[in-house]
Design a protein around this ligand. Structure first.
Ligand code: NAD
Length: 488
């Protein structure tokens, strides 16, 4: 537990670690055992106001630093966070539950955003625009948007933070971060890294708290906040967007998903099975926004696919993230466990068949945690809750299809539009389907998700704006046009 001991447990405001004004703290449970790992400061609206003020003050100088100077801080953060990868990985396992090897991989991916945006900081180009008048000059520049309020979820407690703060800092913005109440320790450890590399006071502030509404509200009503960058559920995203409307704050929203995973009869069979298992179970026990939610298999290979898939799922080891060889850890909390159980029970009532798993694990070492058996459901239809809703657990519904047109229509029949996958060797089909899928990400013969270099974000109710790629930094800038009449 020394990795936990070393993490600050207070709020970070203007470069100082401070208690919440109320003096309150809240406990962070380990989802594998239900036991408290640590207690951290429980901030409120007043703390958020101080943090916003400090970010506003710091913006005055930070926004005027040169891109290369900002870039150097991010490079140093990349180096130090990489050095602390193992400790951070363990911290994530303590509060999030994911297996420690997976957690370390997350940290390795999360630091990549410091690396990527250290480069992009130096490429925030403007444009010299050809003028309509001979004696007039036109140009466009990009400037930092101002104070950014960042709200992040628990499922990727490191990546969801670096994917926001790296581009924000690179662009010259200052930040107040409110991490998820389930995973504040990772956020505080990342903030400590930025402090250790000498980031000036107030450029990054962190306000942890147990009940997010109060701080969320302050972010929305405080005129010093110019942008809200959010990752989380579609429900809360909509609420924030409505709230941001009053002051027309900029918003970027990375929300829920309901990813179709389509396997054609000509697919590389082993790669498709491997990919489906990976994207369903190997990412936080299925609690990821880009997890396969509906697996559509061409009817001619459905039996063979199901058999191979189920065999692999049966071999998955479930347990505490610190146990060797564990692939699926606990779900984050009881609500999530109950939601997943409810979706499976309802599907079974409507005629779905459980091929493996099918319920929570409660005996022995599982007794105190929130464990759910890796589950495969057959005879699933599009109208069942497991197909319509984001499952957010280790449950794979398998559906079958006959034609290309039919499967595209079914895949698109959802309000979500984040990630989608398709496995085929037919090049014409690759283009037809990749273009027809209404999703921000299409993985073709690829289920690894996205990379730092690609813009990531959702169509429809999966979000607004993009993170990563060169587009990721645009979200933190305002475009200014400058029109100059030359003196006669
Ligand atoms: P959530 O919306 O409940 O919480 C996310 C964050 O919002 C947390 O920090 C929480 O404290 C905060 N929050 C909750 N209510 C709030 C309010 N009223 N005002 C201000 N802040 C509030 O989501 P969750 O259950 O923690 O995360 C899972 C969801 O996030 C899933 O839907 C998942 O798909 C989505 N997600 C999306 C992406 C993406 O990149 N699109 C990535 C990860 C997770």
């Amino acid at each position: 537990m020394s990795v936990v001991k070393d993490v600050p447990k207070q709020l970070l405001i203007n470069g100082q670690w401070v208690d919440a004004k109320s003096g309150k703290t809240f406990e962070v449970p380990n989802p594998a055992t239900g036991e408290a790992v640590a207690a951290v400061a429980d901030g409120g609206a007043e703390d958020a106001r101080s943090a916003i003020r400090s970010a506003h003050e710091a913006f005055k100088s930070w926004s005027r630093t040169s891109p290369i100077e900002r870039s150097r801080y991010l490079e140093k953060a990349f180096k130090l966070m990489s050095d602390r990868r193992d400790e951070l990985g363990q911290l994530i396992t303590f509060e999030n539950g994911k297996p420690v090897e997976e957690a370390k991989k997350e940290v390795a991916f999360a630091v990549g955003y410091f690396d990527w945006f250290a480069g992009e900081a130096r490429r925030i180009y403007g444009e010299l625009i050809p003028s309509n008048v001979a004696t007039r000059r036109l140009w466009m520049i990009r400037q930092p948007v101002g104070v950014v309020a960042a709200i992040t979820p628990w499922n990727f407690p490191a990546t969801m933070i670096t994917r926001k703060i790296a581009p924000a800092l690179a662009a010259g913005c200052t930040v107040v971060l409110k991490p998820a109440e389930q995973t504040p320790l990772t956020a505080l450890a990342i903030a400590k890294i930025l402090q250790d590399v000498g980031l000036p006071p107030g450029v990054l502030n962190v306000v942890t708290n147990l009940y997010p509404e109060e701080i969320g509200q302050e972010f929305l009503v405080n005129p010093l906040v110019r942008k809200v960058a959010f990752t989380g559920s579609t429900e809360v995203g909509k609420l924030l967007m409505r709230g941001a409307a009053d002051q027309l704050k900029r918003v970027s929203l990375e929300l829920g998903g309901n990813a179709p995973f389509i396997v054609f009869e000509d697919a590389d069979f082993d790669a498709a099975v491997e990919g489906a298992v990976g994207i369903k179970y190997l990412r936080v026990a299925g609690q990821s926004c880009i997890c396969a939610n509906r697996i559509y298999v061409h009817e001619s290979i459905a039996d063979r696919f199901t058999q191979a898939f189920v065999e692999k799922v049966k071999a998955i080891k479930v347990g505490s993230g610190f146990e060797p060889d564990v692939i699926v850890g606990p779900l984050i909390n009881k609500d999530t466990l109950d939601k997943v159980s409810g979706l499976v029970q309802a599907a079974v009532k409507q005629g779905a068949k459980v091929a493996t798993g099918g319920g929570p694990l409660k005996e022995g070492a599982f007794a105190k945690g929130y464990f759910y058996a890796p589950t495969v459901l057959l005879n699933v239809t599009d109208d069942m809750g497991v197909s319509r809703e984001e499952i957010f657990g280790p449950v794979a519904p398998i559906l079958t299809f006959q034609t290309e047109q039919e499967v595209v229509e079914r895949a698109n029949k959802t309000n979500y539009g984040l990630a989608s996958y398709l496995f085929t060797k037919d090049l014409g089909r690759v283009f037809r389907i990749a273009e027809a899928l209404e999703y921000g990400l299409v993985g073709v013969n690829d289920a690894a998700g996205y990379t730092h270099e690609t813009p990531f974000g959702g169509f429809k109710e999966s979000g607004l704006g993009r993170e990563g790629g060169k587009e990721g930094i645009d979200e933190y800038t305002e475009v200014k046009s400058i029109v100059v009449n030359l003196p006669k």
